[in-house]
Design a protein around this ligand. Structure first.
Ligand code: ADP
Ligand code: TYD
Length: 219
């Protein structure tokens, strides 16, 4: 039976437009298709709040601990009894998430080999693979321009070096794993309307599709 919600993920380097476009898509699905729930990682759970304190440098710890915290945050994001993604999907509600495990593949790889990060995240992939991942691709120079317009570069990962590394790691991970997760690379160095139209067309196709074996949501 095809009554599960769809799980739609946005990925991309900081400033690529994930938050802008993912909220637009969530709204349009809600208005024109069926119910949608919007969410993001790092979450606003207690685990996510530890992570935010690391990102803003209030808490200092090592990179392997950071990667493990993101994994813990994601597992809770999936399984939390009150607002876990799996519950929404099982209730037939679509979920749009700003970031999922490709963010781990992109940001933790300099410190842990890609295969190991993928292996750690099989804990999540075994519970839920996305129905589609939109990877918003922008050159690092554009990302830096957009970030600097809005805020200071004080987040842990928001340095030119780290963003460059993240973009390379994203592309490498997509080449290796992208087919399994239906990753679509979107040229996000474009105006918002053009980006959104392309994403909306893919979304309409997705909703025409029947559920696949991937979409068995275990709890
Ligand atoms: P992310 O969530 O990936 O960090 P945001 O959606 O927060 O990115 O966008 C970062 C900034 O860039 C915001 O000020 C946003 O308004 C702007 N922005 C987003 N998409 C575009 C675009 N296609 N062209 C120009 N500016 C954009
Ligand atoms: P986010 O709040 O999405 O930042 P932005 O809106 O600038 O894209 O994410 C905060 C940071 O967390 C971002 O620099 C990427 C990093 N991150 C990881 O390092 N690992 C992860 O698994 C996730 C989900 C995010």
């Amino acid at each position: 039976m095809n009554n599960k919600g769809k799980f739609i993920v946005f990925e991309g380097i900081d400033g690529s437009g994930k938050s802008t476009i993912s909220k637009m898509l969530h709204e349009k699905i809600n208005n024109e298709i069926t119910k949608s729930y919007y969410t993001f990682e790092p979450t606003d759970s207690p685990i996510g709040s530890v992570i935010r304190n690391i990102l803003n440098r209030r808490i200092k710890t090592d990179e392997k601990t950071i990667a493990s915290l993101f994994l813990a945050d994601r597992l809770d994001h999936l399984q939390n009894e009150s607002n876990g993604i799996l519950n929404f999907l099982n209730d037939g509600i679509n979920v749009v998430s700003d970031r999922y495990y490709y963010s781990s593949y992109a940001y933790h790889v300099p410190h842990i080999p890609l295969d190991k990060v993928i292996e750690m995240n099989t804990l999540c992939a075994e519970l839920l693979r996305p129905d589609i991942v939109f990877y918003l691709d922008v050159p690092v120079s554009e990302s830096l321009k957009r970030i600097s317009k809005n805020r200071n570069f004080n987040d842990f990962y928001e340095t030119e070096f780290k963003i460059t590394q993240a973009r390379e790691n994203y592309l490498r991970a997509i080449e290796k794993e992208g087919k399994k997760d239906n990753v679509i690379i979107i040229n996000a160095n474009n105006d918002i309307e053009a980006i959104f139209n392309e994403i909306w067309n893919h979304t309409l196709d997705l909703f025409k599709k029947k559920s696949t074996a991937n979409n068995v949501y275990k709890k």
